[in-house]
Design a binder for this molecule. Structure first.
Ligand code: GDP
Ligand code: MG
Length: 187
């Protein structure tokens, strides 16, 4: 009996270690707010001016649903649409595709990323979850992309849909990253 308990204990902790790291990549056109969202998640602060050419990967330890996880966030900086997707397709456990609700073009740019990810997922053993993120929710007055459009695009690609703002409540931004981690754990 004690052996059986030990065995199940071991397999449980092995399962956990499978998910103790989570690689997230933020994609989308320049100006959508990828860096602002990344910095907000990492530091709880809104930094309004961030080098638009800087692409980097950051690491943060988090506790999500009482489980520790090492989160890596790749904040990409494509100049104008997807280039070299190989650098993140295999690396990422989940994709956050970001547009700005006050910019129709940024929304249209998401389609290209969603297509590339869908293609990749079709050939992959494990599908990597995707979140479509409408950022700059504080710019409601200048909205060019309706909630219906965002959610329709998301369901066409079988992904989650959220609207956020990098300059409003930290917990909303944090929850979006947690949603991605929870989706990865469900895979
Ligand atoms: P990136 O090119 O996708 O990394 O975009 P940035 O994070 O550099 O943001 C582009 C611009 O949008 C900057 O001027 C930010 O201050 C601004 N920005 C980012 N997120 C928000 C947001 O949620 N609300 C508002 N009002 N501005 C934002
Ligand atoms: Mg950036």
């Amino acid at each position: 009996k004690p052996r059986a308990v030990n065995a199940s204990h071991f397999s449980a902790s092995n399962d956990r270690s499978l998910h103790s790291e989570c690689n997230l990549v933020l994609l989308g056109c320049r100006g959508a707010g990828k860096s602002a969202l990344t910095v907000k998640f990492l530091t709880r602060r809104f930094i309004s001016e961030y080098d638009p050419f800087l692409e980097d990967t950051y690491t943060k330890e988090e506790i999500v649903d009482q489980e520790p996880v090492l989160v890596r966030v790749m904040d990409t900086a494509d100049p104008d649409g997807p280039v070299n997707p190989e650098r993140y397709l295999h690396w990422a456990n989940a994709f956050l595709v970001v547009y700005s609700i006050d910019n129709r073009k940024s929304f249209e740019a998401c389609c290209q990323y969603l297509e590339i990810i869908s293609q990749y997922n079709k050939g992959a053993v494990h599908e990597s979850p995707v979140l479509l993120l409408g950022n700059k929710l504080d710019m409601e007055r200048y909205r060019q992309v309706s909630i219906a459009d965002g959610s329709a695009l998301a369901s066409r690609h079988g992904c989650l849909f959220r609207e956020v703002s990098a300059c409003l409540d930290f917990r909303l931004v944090q929850q979006v990253f947690y949603d991605a981690i929870q989706e990865v754990r469900r895979e």
